[in-house]
Write a protein that binds this ligand. Sequence first.
Ligand code: SF4
Length: 411
Amino acid sequence: MARSVEVAAKRRLTRQIHVGKVLVGGDAPISVQSMTTTKTADVNGTLAQIYALAGAGADIVRCTCNDQEAAEGLARIVPRSPVPIVADIHFHVEMALAALEAGVNGLRLNPGNLRKPEEIKLVAREAKDRGVPIRIGVNAGSLDKELYDRFKGATPEALVASAKRELAYFQEVDFEDVKISVKASSVPLMIEAYRLASETFDYPLHLGVTEAGPPPHGLIKATAGIATLLAEGIGDTIRYSLTADPVEEAKAGRQLLEALGLRERKGLDLIACPSCGRAEIDVIKVAREVQEALEDKNIPLQVAVMGCVVNGPGEAREADLGIAAGKHKGHLFIKGKIVRVVKEEDMVQEVLKEAESIVKEGIEARLAAADANAEKEAEEDRKALFSEKGEDVNHSEQIIEKIRRKLDNQD
Ligand code: SF4
């Protein structure tokens, strides 16, 4: 708890904008974004993906607007979408204007490939009239060549200079409804670029490690970059750019914010011990089964799977609900208190049942409904396990005894 408060307390305040119904910047919750991979002209396919992304935690979804069919698709998608839609624009100013006509809630312009000042100002004027924000989406990989040469590469300064130049065009037409991104596929470069952007601008920042790649490597890179900045209080909206089903991006974004205590938990937080020689069950398998059973049920609980009853219930006592393996049995506990002892083969089902009961009735009611014999039964099971395996599997006491004897003999 203290840690999450610390992370949130340091957040750097930015201006606030509206992307449709979602507030970005200022004290608004940090939002999660993702991007569809369907052809935008495929209206039903794109809407199905948008719904899946929203269900997985995306607050805002971006769709490409690369041709007339895509723009026409957006006109049908936007009114039926459960979340605000941002049109992604590269190269073609007419696509930005068509997307605005289609009613999108935001635009993303790439200053690296949309360079004519008059065209940029035209889009900004049109966006201003419609109250639609624009993200200045700088990418190290598509940085304007002139800036690349001037700064001798895609440096943090070059990325920020690109955003600054675009911003100056917007300001000429009195358009301030802006957020900024300075993405790179290199994590250190991206971190430095956003730090500089945060010192330079007070506009909301959209964080991302571009082209992070497939999971798990892509997840690690994206998390390294985004989490570092969020912990410094930098960032108002985030996107994981993974080479994977975009639902994975939305899930990862949401989970990161929940893990940092920056968004209220909406889904499951599964914790599990890493397992060791003491484990009485296959912890990896049971943890996976519990995850599969609970994951899609939007159960906002922290659930623990612990391999043994020696350390399990104690170490996971902060978890809302947990299961620890005893002698062919599972000790089900709520906030560290054993509430039921169940058969080993029923462990996963019992966790699922109890999780649903907690969501319906609350923790206090479920603690009150604990099986009166549970603690006693658990204790007996623990003792049976100890007498079979010995409590001190590390033989620490014997080793200490040996050390003492040796030292005594030296006297
Ligand atoms: S809970 Fe038990 S099995 Fe899991 S790591 Fe700790 S001692 Fe080992």
